[in-house]
Design a binder for this molecule. Structure first.
Ligand SMILES: [Zn+2]
Length: 732
């Protein structure tokens, strides 16, 4: 048996003083080491001012299109709000950002409508609006089934993909005398974003690019660039992240947990026996088992799984887990290092394993977290990550880069947006647990960034950070000034008042060091966020409002509160429906399966009518208008894919957002309700109220810079003419 410190030959405690690691109590800045170093940095930079402005290169560029800057670095920090950045700069909390704004430039950055990260980053990547890149929301709908699907990528199962010399082969072959089937090919994954990523254009002009974890790039599109996929990358089960929680106190409604799976367990003689469930196993012939036994195999049992045993100490808050031939020692309240597990899909003789070796084993990585040893036992397991050392799905270009990075900095989260807000919403995590995980992720982000910055010599480098966005969602209610937020609980949240502003300060420190070490007169620096951030206090159920106002009908006998995924809707008498976070669709004749509204004047009249009504709604609790503007898609979008998206994008005032229930086609009890979720901050509102930020180490000449302007700007910096389909314009 191996010991945890030898797992994968990597020691987790390898951080230097410049890195954030470990957990500090709330109230103490998690940046103690960093702050000490910052003092030194400020002294040094005061003596040796940042070599800031790439004036010569930009001046040259204005005269000749063939001139090139040597390096362009974009730090993409998701969800940094322009108002908060300005406020905290003015208060003197962010000296490095303040200084960059004085020596270079600082502007609000116009975001996408809706200001959702997949839409916004797709604007950034392609220089086009959603009509061009076809990402309109986190969720899209299938017009033939009215069912939602994740907008960014698609994982297709193995069956039915095989062909030989163009002749389709049967997707699977059954092994006689067994319950096994063998697919001819592995499953495939598809990136649903349309348009060309600007780094592909750079590569075709011999400008090398490194693009780290940019959202909406799974599977990653490289075109010769080094890329690592980010938001949109699933866990090993193909979901957005499904945690597992093993507990002796599951609660009565444990089966209804969303975003995770709660397993009731017993501690018998200090021992817990359970299984960890991994990827769906396509190698088993479930039809044959059902025919033979008369029993339908439940979904959970269709997954490959690994048994494990936990030995719980009788006195101390510690335990030992034995899994997949490893022993891991767990201390209550401490995350384990990354552990790589092997899910075997086909326990067959060696020669078959040899022939199908890439298909029969899937490796995934997890961290364990002993939430509580006694009196109630609680063990949290992170969603099983695609192993960066042995990726089962493509997460990087070239394919070996993910492992190279793991070799350099240790294993890391590969799932997009890994902060487990679902565990927090479910009370499996408390604020402290959530922040511990957040600091682990922040540490990984920082080490990744340092690894690339330190070896970057020439070309384009993009680095992505998700911690401010995710913490804005989950911890907004804890911030000073949010005491009236419906989700605020004084005794729980007061100790965490500073955690969110401290993240801005963390990046201020990071900026100081980046400027000092890596930015010179041959380097253009951009700091970009995709959208701003705001409170989310009141939830609007769009589908309920449509029902109560006669636009959406239910089949006879269907109670509104029983509807989910729009099942039970009487489509023959429904003109409008909501799906996704901001989308409102017409039930259009010839497009939707049971469409009733013909395209043309009657559709246009309907859209105008409903837009005016939505904008006129008043929230009786607050006296405010929840909706500032209902945007007609054909007025805000252009490009080949306008027709595929919603007909209206609903723009909310700060403080309001579509309810989660409405986003997945539920009607709920009322149009408006308090948002009592821990997920208490949001940005899926009116884009005019939520600009992102743009810092540059040069002057921006274009008025009202927008996300779509960055791609053409970077191309121009390297002397490349932006393609015609790019709507954005260079900033200088
Ligand atoms: Zn967000």
């Amino acid at each position: 048996m191996r010991k945890e410190e030898h797992l994968m030959g990597w020691k987790p405690q390898q951080s230097s003083g410049t890195r954030l690691h470990g957990w500090c109590p709330p109230g103490l800045r998690p940046l103690v080491g960093l702050s000490a170093l910052l003092g030194l940095t400020i002294l040094l930079t005061a003596a040796h001012p940042w070599k800031l402005l790439p004036r010569d290169a930009l001046a040259q560029d204005a005269q000749t299109t063939s001139a090139r800057i040597k390096r362009v670095i974009v730090l993409g920090i998701d969800g940094v709000d322009h108002r908060l950045m300005t406020k905290w700069m003015n208060e003197g909390r962010l000296p490095s950002f303040q200084r960059l704004s004085q020596q270079g430039d600082f502007n609000p950055l116009r975001t996408s409508m809706p200001p959702q990260s997949p839409v916004a980053w797709a604007n950034f990547i392609t220089g086009m609006n959603a009509g061009g890149h076809a990402i309109f929301d986190f969720l899209h709908r299938n017009a033939r089934t009215y069912l939602p699907f994740a907008s960014m990528s698609e994982v297709l199962p193995a069956e039915g993909n095989a062909s030989f010399l163009g002749i389709p082969l049967p997707g699977k072959v059954r092994l006689p005398f067994s319950n096994y089937v063998i697919p001819f090919t592995g499953g495939t994954t598809k990136n649903l974003r349309k348009g060309t990523a600007f780094w592909e254009i750079l590569e075709s002009h011999d400008v090398h690019s490194i693009v780290h974890r940019i959202p909406v790039n799974f599977p990653p599109v490289g075109g010769g660039a080094v890329t690592l996929s980010g938001m949109g990358t699933p866990d090993i089960q193909g979901t957005n992240g499904t945690y597992a929680y093993y507990t002796t106190a599951p609660g009565e409604d444990y089966e209804s947990a969303s975003g995770g799976k709660i397993f009731p367990v017993d501690v018998v003689n200090g021992t817990v026996e359970a299984r960890l469930y991994g990827p769906p196993n396509d190698f088993i012939d479930y039809d044959r088992i059902q025919k033979r036994t008369g029993r339908r195999v439940p979904y959970q049992e269709r997954k490959a799984s690994i048994p494990f045993t936990v030995y719980v100490d009788a006195e101390k808050p510690v335990a030992k887990i034995v899994i997949d031939g490893m022993e891991i020692f767990l201390e209550e309240g401490v995350f384990s290092p990354w552990v790589e597990l092997n899910f075997s899909l086909l326990p067959t003789p060696g020669f078959i394993r040899w022939v199908w070796r890439d298909l029969v084993n899937v490796k995934g990585t997890v961290r364990f977290y002993l939430k509580s040893a006694q009196p109630d036992f609680g063990l949290y397991v992170t969603p099983i990550q695609i192993s960066p050392m042995h990726p089962a799905l493509p997460i990087s270009t070239p394919p070996g880069y993910a492992a190279e990075l793991a070799e350099a900095i240790g294993p890391y989260y590969t799932q997009g947006m890994p902060q487990d807000s679902k565990a927090l919403d479910r009370d499996i995590f408390n604020n402290a647990d959530y922040m511990k995980q957040l600091y682990i992720i922040l540490d990984e982000e920082t080490r990744m960034a340092e690894y690339e910055l330190s070896r970057f010599r020439e070309g384009f480098l993009f680095l992505y950070f998700c911690s401010i966005d995710q913490t804005g969602h989950s911890m907004w209610r804890t911030m000073a000034g949010q005491e009236n937020h419906p989700a605020y609980v004084k005794e729980l949240d007061d100790p965490y008042k500073n955690v969110y502003p401290e993240l801005y300060e963390y990046f201020d420190d990071f900026l100081a060091q980046t400027m000092d070490k890596y930015i010179d007169e041959e380097t253009c620096l951009f700091i970009v966020s995709d959208h701003g951030f705001a409170s989310w206090e009141r939830a609007f159920n769009l589908n309920r409002w449509l029902y109560d106002n006669g636009y959406l009908s239910l089949k006879a006998g269907t109670a509104p509160s029983s509807v989910s995924f729009l099942q039970g809707v009487d489509w023959n008498n429904t003109r409008l429906y909501g799906l996704g976070i901001n989308g409102l669709y017409v039930n259009q004749l010839g497009r939707e399966k049971y469409g009733v509204v013909p395209p043309g004047p009657s559709k246009d009249a309907l859209l105008k009518e409903v837009a005016a009504k939505l904008e006129g709604i008043i929230d009786s609790k607050t006296g405010e208008h929840p909706i500032s503007k209902a945007y007609l898609s054909r007025e805000i979008y252009s490009g080949l894919h306008v027709e595929e998206g919603p007909d209206i994008q609903v723009g909310y005032h700060r403080g309001y957002r579509t309810s989660d229930a409405s986003a997945v086609g539920e009607l709920g009890e009322a149009w408006l309700s308090d948002n009592t979720r821990r997920w208490s901050g949001d940005h899926c509102q009116d884009y005019r109220e939520l600009p992102g930020i743009l810092f540059t180490n040069f002057q921006v000449k274009k008025p009202e810079p927008a996300l779509i302007d960055i791609a053409p700007t970077v191309l121009k910096l390297f002397g490349v003419t932006p393609p015609e389909e790019m709507e954005g314009r260079p900033l200088f």
